[in-house]
Ligand binder design. Structure first.
Ligand code: B12
Length: 466
């Protein structure tokens, strides 16, 4: 298993998905070696050495990101993955399977670009085991969830995704050098559920995780956390679920289990929806050890929320903000600027929200423009508006930005309108000095989340530019 991701901004991400698939292969009887390219100074050399010493019969490649989704400074990661693939093909003739979030979004395009034959759309545990167990390449290409390059134009995931209770435990510490990651960010990921039943206009999560919620047994998730704490020394975990507070009732079951087991860890969540959030949920989160969360309204204006099909309105965003403002939880508010229907008026509402609700314990994360993916409503809209051509395969990123505004004007409005320094722009997170600050922060044991220091980091960045 080769985890190809080498991105370290806005933070390095532990290859949980690749570990999960590796663990499933191990449990099925395969002898698996895990190669994580993230921090290696010479990744190609590491691949070459591993091929020589291990001589694998099959190679699983995990590709988490296609690109950085940054309209203002776009960068594709695929050329570096292609170098790895070319090297592998030059050195051995092992059966190769590629998977991961990025691959699941554009499987055929990725296969063409990398000159590979088989990709998995969606979760890889069962598909990888069946693929590498298949007697020959033709049978391997028939496995549910596997998309052959020469096959039908689009096959949407495994028609029978693994039920929550059918999932094995990823046993992260068995595959990943967790301590290395913990020196950069003292937090490890955990996934309580898969899937997303929402229909946001631009989103890919349904392609990656499936369109129905599949929750894991809270006891299994708590076991995983306790075991990971014992093996790695980690004391903080991030729930990387697509929406932490859906489906209704699950976060209560999960956090009650954490409390019942007296798990002495801190928690955060990478995606909370304002929809239906209650004061009781926030109190439970605090009691269970949650200290921060990322909340993803994407806009604070009714017109853009409706255009994005977020499933909640401006009042709901404000209501969630009032509740969070009264809690001890730190919130990172995420906004996508330039959505359909965005104009000076709607952005003005988001600016007013940022001033009113992003308090001293909070921050905001601003992404300018929205990455367009095939099969989404945003793609259909962009085609109608002539922003992308029908023959653009979208592998190299294209972005939507509202025709009623420009990115430059949006930045001016944000910079002149927001009265505090707690807005983090996506482009700012790519500054290399932040990696160093992050390591120093971890070594000093500074309290997380690190985005709470956004104001200081911004001053340091500005000072560095003078
Ligand atoms: C949580 C999250 C984050 C968090 C991560 C927090 C953390 N502690 O890990 C934060 C906010 C930091 C983040 C940052 C970024 N993210 Co992000 N993130 C996600 C999210 C929501 C979940 C990822 C996750 O951990 N899933 C859980 C694991 C278990 O699932 P998995 O990795 O997908 O693995 C499964 C399958 O993919 C498959 N699989 C994986 N590997 C393999 C290999 C083989 C061989 C096979 C067969 C199968 C297989 O099986 C696994 C088990 O089911 C996804 C969207 C989504 N719903 O997937 C976006 C997503 C992966 N992120 C994305 C991006 C772009 C980024 C950033 C580049 C954005 C930026 N510029 O800042 C950065 C990159 C960070 C980095 N260093 O890599 C994109 C990638 C698509 C693209 N265009 O490239 C996604 C898909 C969101 C989107 N836009 O649609 N992210």
């Amino acid at each position: 298993m080769i985890s190809t991701n080498r991105e370290t901004a806005p933070q390095p991400t532990v290859p949980l998905g690749a570990a999960w698939v590796a663990e499933a292969l191990r449990l099925a009887g395969f002898h698996v070696k895990f190669l994580d390219l993230c921090f290696l100074p010479d990744p190609l050399r590491a691949v070459e050495d591993t091929l020589a010493s291990f001589a694998p019969g099959g190679i699983a490649l995990s590709v988490r990101n296609l690109d950085n989704c940054n309209l203002l400074d776009p960068r594709s990661y695929l050329p570096e993955v292609r170098d790895v693939v070319r090297l592998i093909k030059a050195r051995c003739d092992a059966r190769i399977l590629i998977g991961g979030a990025g691959v699941s979004i554009l499987p055929h395009q990725v296969l063409e670009y990398l000159d590979l034959d088989y990709a998995v759309v969606g979760e890889g545990e069962r598909a990888a085991v069946e693929f590498f167990s298949a007697p020959d390449a033709d049978a391997a290409g028939e496995v549910a969830g596997v998309v052959p390059r020469k096959g039908a134009q689009r096959q949407l995931g495994d028609p029978a995704p693994i039920a929550g209770e059918g999932l094995v435990t990823p046993r992260l510490h068995g595959w990943v050098d967790a301590k290395r990651y913990l020196t950069r960010e003292p937090v490890l990921p955990v996934q309580g559920k898969r899937g997303c039943a929402r229909h946001c206009l631009y989103c890919t999560y349904r392609m990656i995780e499936g369109s129905t919620w599949r929750v894991r047994d809270p006891a299994a998730v708590a076991d995983e956390i306790v075991e990971t704490m014992r093996h790695t020394g980690a004391r903080e975990f991030e729930f990387v679920d697509s929406v932490f507070n859906e489906p209704e009732g699950y976060l209560e079951l999960l956090l009650e289990e954490v409390l019942r087991r007296e798990v002495k860890a801190r928690f955060c969540a990478s995606s909370l929806s304002p929809k239906g959030l209650t004061a009781a949920q926030l109190r439970l989160m605090e009691r269970a050890g949650m200290t921060s969360l990322v909340i993803t309204p994407e806009s604070a204006a009714g017109a853009t929320l409706a255009a994005l099909q977020k499933g909640f309105d401006e009042d709901e965003v404000n209501r969630a903000a009032e509740l969070l403002g009264r809690s001890r939880l730190r919130a990172l508010w995420c906004f996508l600027v330039g959505a359909p229907e965005e104009d000076e008026e709607t952005l003005g509402r988001t600016v007013a929200f940022l001033n009113r609700h992003v308090g001293s314990k909070d921050a905001a994360f601003i992404t300018t423009g929205i990455r367009i993916y095939p099969g989404t409503g945003l793609h259909r809209l962009a085609l109608r508006e002539g922003r992308v051509q029908a023959d653009d395969d979208l592998l190299m990123p294209s972005f939507y930005f509202s025709p009623k505004l420009t990115p430059e004007r949006a930045r001016v409005l944000l910079e002149s309108g927001v009265r505090h320094g707690r807005c983090i722009h996506l482009t700012d997170t790519q500054a290399p000095v932040l990696g160093t600050l992050r390591r120093i922060g971890t070594a000093l044991g500074l309290p997380t989340p690190f985005w709470r220091y956004a104001g200081y980091a911004q001053r340091a960045l500005r000072w560095g530019r003078v």
